[in-house]
Design a protein around this ligand. Structure first.
Ligand code: FES
Length: 141
């Protein structure tokens, strides 16, 4: 992977080694998992919504994967509480890359966006807008 600066590299390694919100929620509103087919790495997110059924109150994730995929999940888990599902829908790869703060090679884009896709698909499934068992980053270029 090509890294922009030492500061961001350190931040990614820190999130990888000490993932925030790692684990499972006792009573999630919805859970969803996804994988990166090019390597088999996986991430599962638990999401708890507030009483309005729209605002994220709490999240937890666990999984197995490279530094980029796990750091991206950890960083996303800090960003999600307080966001509405609609706002989550609007996240795109540029938001993820901004969050990571490094240049990511095309191969590694799938690692970077895995967590974001998992949460977006989980939200879509919860709202009955999608029906997939597992999210795959296969369709990403
Ligand atoms: Fe598998 Fe990055 S190498 S998610």
């Amino acid at each position: 992977m090509s890294m922009g600066s030492d500061m961001y590299r350190q931040q990614i390694l820190d999130h990888y080694k000490n993932p925030r919100n790692h684990g499972e929620l006792a009573d999630p509103t919805f859970s969803h998992e996804g994988f990166n087919p090019s390597c088999g790495d996986e991430i599962e997110f638990d999401v708890e919504l507030a009483d309005d059924g729209e605002t994220i109150e709490n999240v937890a994730f666990h999984g197995d994967g490279c530094a980029i995929s796990q750091a991206s999940a950890s960083m996303l888990s800090q960003k999600l509480p307080g966001m509405t599902l609609e706002e989550v829908d609007e996240l795109d790869r540029d938001d993820v890359l901004d969050m990571l703060g490094v240049e990511v090679t095309p191969m590694r884009i799938k690692c970077a966006v895995l967590a974001e896709k998992v949460v977006q698909d989980g939200a879509d499934i919860y709202r009955g807008e999608k029906d997939v068992e597992q999210t795959s980053t296969e369709d990403d270029e």
